[in-house]
Design a protein around this ligand. Structure first.
Ligand SMILES: [Cu+2]
Length: 75
């Protein structure tokens, strides 16, 4: 367990353009589907996407690109 946690990274992204639960679900679903992503939590009011991932498997850049491809701005 400790070993796994060492390999995990947690980042908070500021995402503009999410306006309703449909947006929340779209971001959740798309990011969760990525290899190496372990957990996603979207806070609509805070315009925040908290993502836990394995940097060895997926990059933060790729996660940002996935969100941008949905039509939202990642600051
Ligand atoms: Cu929406």
């Amino acid at each position: 367990m400790y070993y796994l946690e060492e390999k995990m990274k947690k980042e908070i992204l500021n995402v503009e353009g999410m306006s309703c639960n449909h947006c929340v679900n779209a971001v959740n679903k798309a990011v969760n589907a990525m290899d190496g992503v372990k957990n996603v939590n979207v806070d609509l009011n805070a315009k925040a996407v908290v993502v836990e991932f394995e940097p060895n498997v997926v990059s933060l850049h790729d996660i940002k690109t996935t969100i941008k491809d949905l039509g939202y701005d990642v600051l």
